[in-house]
Design a protein around this ligand. Sequence first.
Ligand code: FA5
Length: 337
Amino acid sequence: MNPEQLKPQIHAWIAALTSLKQLIEYRNSLVGKKGTLTEMLKNVASLSPEEKKTLGKSLNELRADVEAELAKKEKEIREQELKTAENRFIDMTVPAKSHGRTQHPIKIVQSDIIDIVTRMGFSVWRSPTVTTEFDNFDALNIPSWHPARDMQDTFWLTDRRVLATQTSCMQNHLLRTQPKPLRAMVLGSVYRNEKIDATHDIAFEQVEGLVVDKNINIGHLKGTITTILTELFGYEPRFRMRPGYFPFVEPGMEVDLWWGSSASDGTASSGKGRWLEFMGCGLVHPNVLRQADIDPEEYSGFAFGFGLTRLAMIRYGISDIRLFHENKIEFLEQFTV
Ligand code: FA5
């Protein structure tokens, strides 16, 4: 058969193709390794020189024509598929698939806090790893003879500097250097020579809030804590305030959060939970203001400090603080953003 006669038939087949899948299959069946045209070309080798010349030439021409026709069709189909995809209806109500980027739970809580407090007008700071005895204790109304130094088991360096035991070590610096009124938030890693158990680690994350203005009272403190916690949890979590002693606040209080409640709104006790000490706070002690050359008659303030690590435990129902540092992939993979 004259290959020229095959042409219209092949063109008709190509024109009828509607998908890339069909096109690839058809291309293979024709000009693929074992395709019809390929086989015909192979057979030319056994023909007489005369036939070889004419048939070989027209078969090669047919092959080139078919390839060009297929390429044209392929372009057409691809363009059509793109258009269909563009016009496809996108249902915005279908929940987005998580893109699966995992992030450490402490990091997630930290970013959330920064987001919340910057909206509330706080500046955000980071406390140093190594600080001075003065900033960590003396400036906070804890002189060297004060028994309150024993409240925090401290890692001392040989030159009387310390590994920061609390983000409060930034208070004096902020009070001295920042203009009043002041609203500052400090994030930082702190270190204590403690016995490790399910709720105590030797290195953990703290967050400090420090506000100084005129006529500050406990209502401002409670309102700020309530707002931050409500924003963090998405509902007002169950917490209680009770008297607590810290030499750098007067009056001083501690805040406990309910830990382990199975109620989704965090209000009802499942009977299985317990109170977890979460935060120290109070009105800034006049001596702390005086240390920074601020007149306590003119300015007052409140401060609070909480364990970011404990917050993450409560928020995610994590039962053991040691999990944060174990680097177990099964644990970490549960937290995606
Ligand atoms: C302080 O560190 C004070 N600086 C808090 C403060 C700030 C009081 C401003 C007044 C004004 P405390 O030692 O209680 O206080 O620690 C604060 C919080 O850190 C605790 O409530 C707890 O949530 C967390 N925390 C304390 N020790 C550990 C630990 N070993 N492991 C994990 N979290 C801890």
